[in-house]
Design a protein around this ligand. Structure first.
Ligand code: UD1
Length: 339
């Protein structure tokens, strides 16, 4: 089954491409490299032993996506391509609405035009906003998003629901990711942020390797066990495998179908716990300081992940320790490649 992976050169996209191939699917990548790098394709080749078909294009462009879908007999789409920097989205909301909503609309229109029935959409736990109770389940009410980025995910989910309500015979799943971290065990692919990372783990690894002078922990006075924020950190390979499970389920659906799933470990770890674990498993010292809170940060969130286990037959296998070891191995590999 030929699968179009938008944003397939990105962090989660590239790991998903590997798992798709392992499961017998044929991925085709479309990526405009706006927040990724062509070197990822080299990493994929080293893992898989062949070149994954790649199109350097923007999936806001209906004509191009339509042509790729037609020429390659695409039967399913995994739509990762989106901007994801929360802070930047507050400064440049239109950039985020244009790209994240525009690309979803063109993907849905291409599906309609070509009778492609299956879509897996990258959503986020950001749709829960600051939840009243944790762990959040898929039935936890969505709250007003804390940022334009978060709002693009909430709106996108609404768009998918409206498509289903319209009677269109498509089968779609939204996957609500918690915090993906780690890297492929081969260290051939991993997280490759452009410029200064805004996410925690790349900042941790870049500080440990000396690319950044110091990590700032954004607040230690929250109402949590040690005062720092709590998140559900999930290994990116576990997350990638869930996309295969989602496609496997969609293929069995002959009638219109839409569902949402939390993808996390079901456990919360604080930022300070992550730092301590990173230091311990990798035997490195991290230069960090406690700084002020970051605007818009949710205090504490982790997911109930029973639904994915029951319906997708998926659950995480890797530990926080493995994730942090793999993230570090990847940073070391990047350094060695530059020598
Ligand atoms: C956020 C979004 C998430 C989105 C992701 C994409 C929210 C609530 N979550 O995740 O939906 O998919 O961005 O980028 O909007 N931290 C530090 N120092 C740093 C960096 C981070 O202390 O230098 C802390 C943060 O305050 C946070 C935790 O580490 O508590 C994780 O931060 P980050 O990796 O940016 O992810 P989220 O903000 O959880």
């Amino acid at each position: 089954m030929n699968i179009l992976v938008t944003g397939g050169a990105g962090f989660i996209g590239s790991h998903t491409v590997v798992e798709l191939v392992k499961a017998g699917y044929s991925p085709f990548i479309i990526d405009d490299l706006s927040n990724s790098n062509e070197s990822v394709l080299e990493g994929l080749k080293n893992i898989l032993g062949f070149d994954v078909p790649f199109f350097n294009a923007d999936c806001n462009d209906f004509e191009i996506v339509d042509q790729i879908v037609k020429e390659n007999k695409i039967e399913g789409i995994i739509h990762f391509a989106a901007f994801k920097a929360v802070g930047e989205s507050v400064e440049k909301p239109l950039k985020y609405y244009r790209n994240n909503i525009g690309s979803l609309l063109s993907i849905l229109e291409v599906m309609q035009a070509n009778k492609v029935r299956n879509l897996v959409f990258s959503s986020s736990c950001t749709v829960y906003g600051q939840p009243d109770f944790i762990p959040v389940t898929e039935d936890t009410p969505k709250k007003k998003a804390e940022s334009p980025y978060g709002n693009t995910k909430a709106i996108a989910e609404d768009i998918l629901e409206d498509v289903i309500k319209s009677g269109e015979n498509v089968a779609m799943i939204s996957l609500r990711y918690f915090n993906p971290i780690g890297a492929h065990e081969s260290a051939e692919i991993g997280e490759l942020p452009n410029g200064v990372p805004s996410n925690l783990i790349p900042f941790v690894t870049q500080t440990a390797i000396g690319k950044r002078a110091k990590l700032t922990v954004f607040g230690d006075d929250y109402d949590t066990n040690d005062g720092s924020n709590v998140r559900d950190f999930i290994h990116v390979v576990d997350l990638a495998k869930a996309h295969v499970s989602a496609l496997d389920l969609l293929k069995t659906k002959e009638n219109a179908f839409y569902d949402v799933f939390n993808l996390g470990t079901g456990r919360g770890n604080s930022v300070l716990e992550v730092i301590q674990t990173f230091e311990k498993v990798n035997n490195v010292k991290l230069n960090y300081e406690i700084g002020p809170r970051r605007a818009g940060d949710v205090v504490k969130i982790y997911g109930n992940v029973e639904k994915a286990d029951e319906i997708l037959g998926w659950k995480t296998e890797k530990t926080l320790e493995e994730s942090l070891r793999d993230a570090w191995a990847w940073e070391l590999k990047l350094k060695n490649n530059k020598k």
